[in-house]
Design a protein around this ligand. Structure first.
Ligand code: F6P
Length: 467
């Protein structure tokens, strides 16, 4: 079996002597990389006015990393521009936030072309290439144009809307046609698969056959849902350890016996943060028994700070925090604790385990792994309750969570109240069902599922796994 070549927009090369970053793709691919060798290619995360036009190589724990830098102009046009000001809002159904600029769209293709040109000489004929996410859609077609004959798969980590939404993007047909260069196009959920099939049919005019698949010039493009997951056992162990850490103990002492509800994500307008803050205010308004008794900890890691809509969101959250605390605080109780930066993963795992309620209420989300991590982090004997948006991909595989529509503040407040007052038997029952599913379908199973289809080890029409 040939090497596995991963292409993702950002590549975090582990420091010498340190393990690969915990979580995410690095964990998912550990087994595949160690059994067959691998190459991970992408952007170093560094942008400078005049970047060196070279590929930097590193080898860590049997994996070869190859990274390139971006120019400041490419960073602005490709990353902050087209990828995160046009594609990101469109894929999340937020057409009102879509900001299209033709030069930025051109820059997106040029940066992908540069990735393709730098990657092509590194490829071997028997490699399997797996491209990740919306930043890299044209890459497969660009590699094919340079003669790449390898199996190439694409996995889309974020939602896939139907054509009625997708078609609003200038050049929508070209983007959809780019997907036809891949052998497998994977999305997160059945809902996304429906969107992808609709876009394929309407955007290319081609027939989508049972499978589902599209056939062209003797090749077939398989379309499938592969719900991503987490390293469940590892995260459960981490949370069980971290709950006893000094950080967790300090937090526990500061709560003074009050219940904690927690939210944690990147500060992104897709995550439904203002809606969640308003719902928490509604909880205090409509259910007076929680006043002085519940603390809401919100961790929001800064993200994409060069994009205007993210700056607006930051201001809105800061204002809401001040308003809610001004309206409801007591001298010895602050209802909202807002931490506007990333918290280390192990610390967060301990916090999840301490929280009676996990709030994962995005307006749209591809999957949302915080929902799965919150479940994995719980003490099975005395678990907390997950309140989950029905618009997160995770809701398709976690029906035992309390599902909410984040637009409905009072409805969400009622659900938070139900979560805070749920009895132990029901909590155990709901949590047990979710945890079992996450143990069966962890991130390793997800990666294997995708690669089995890409490398022809599984019939194309078998049902997508649930997780
Ligand atoms: O899951 C969506 C995604 O955009 C990934 O592609 C990306 O790695 C992650 O979110 C974080 O986003 P960014 O790289 O823009 O900080």
């Amino acid at each position: 079996m040939g090497r596995l070549v991963i292409v993702s927009n950002r590549v975090a090369v582990p420091k010498r002597g340190e393990p690969a970053a915990a979580g995410g793709l690095a964990v998912a691919l550990k087994d595949a990389f160690s059994s067959r060798g691998g190459l991970w290619f992408g952007w170093s995360g560094t942008a400078s006015p005049e970047p060196a036009d070279m590929v930097r190589h590193a080898r860590r724990a049997g994996v070869d990393y190859a990274v390139i830098d971006l120019s400041q102009a490419a960073y602005e046009g490709f990353y902050a521009g087209y990828a995160n000001s046009a594609l990101w809002p469109m894929f999340h159904f937020r057409l009102g936030l879509l900001s299209y600029d033709r030069d930025q769209a051109g820059c997106y293709r040029q940066v992908n072309q540069r990735y393709a040109e730098k990657l092509m000489p590194l490829l071997r004929p028997d490699d399997t290439i797996w491209v990740h996410d919306y930043q890299m859609i044209p890459l497969g077609a660009q590699l094919r144009a340079m003669g790449a004959k390898q199996r190439i798969g694409y996995f889309h980590h974020i939602p896939f809307p139907p054509w009625a939404v997708f078609a609003a993007m200038p050049g929508a047909e070209d983007l959809i046609r780019d997907l036809l260069s891949y052998d497998v196009v994977g999305v997160q959920t059945n809902r996304d698969l429906t969107g992808l099939i609709d876009c394929m049919a309407q955007g290319t005019g081609m027939k989508v056959r049972p499978g589902p698949e599209v056939r062209l010039r003797g090749r077939r493009v398989q379309l499938r849902a592969f719900p991503i997951s987490i390293a469940t056992e590892e995260f459960s162990d981490l949370a069980a350890r971290s709950v006893n850490s000094a950080d967790a103990k300090r937090l526990e002492a500061s709560l003074a016996g009050r219940a904690m509800v927690i939210g944690a994500e990147r500060l992104d307008y897709t995550k439904g943060l203002p809606e969640r803050f308003r719902a928490f205010a509604a909880l205090l308004e409509h259910f007076p028994e929680h006043r002085g008794q519940v603390t809401y900890l919100q961790v929001a890691a800064r993200s994409r700070e060069d994009v205007e809509s993210y700056k607006d969101l930051k201001r809105e959250i800061e204002t809401l925090t001040g308003q809610i605390n001004g309206d409801w605080s007591d001298a010895d109780w602050t209802p909202v604790r807002y931490v506007g930066r990333a918290v280390p993963r192990d610390t967060l795992a301990g916090y999840y385990r301490m929280a009676k309620v996990g709030l994962v209420t995005p307006l749209r989300d591809g999957m949302n792994l915080v929902a799965k991590e919150y479940v994995a982090a719980q003490d099975p004997e005395n678990p907390g309750v997950l309140v989950l948006s029905k618009f997160a991909g995770a809701a398709e595989g976690l029906p035992e969570a309390l599902l909410v529509n984040p637009i409905d503040a009072v409805g969400m407040a009622e659900t938070m109240h139900a979560a805070l007052t749920m009895g132990l038997d029901e909590r155990r029952e709901r949590h047990g069902a979710m945890l079992r599913r996450l143990q069966e379908h962890d991130v390793g199973a997800w990666a294997k599922g995708f690669l089995d289809v890409l490398e022809g080890r599984e019939p194309a029409n078998s049902a997508p796994e649930r997780a």
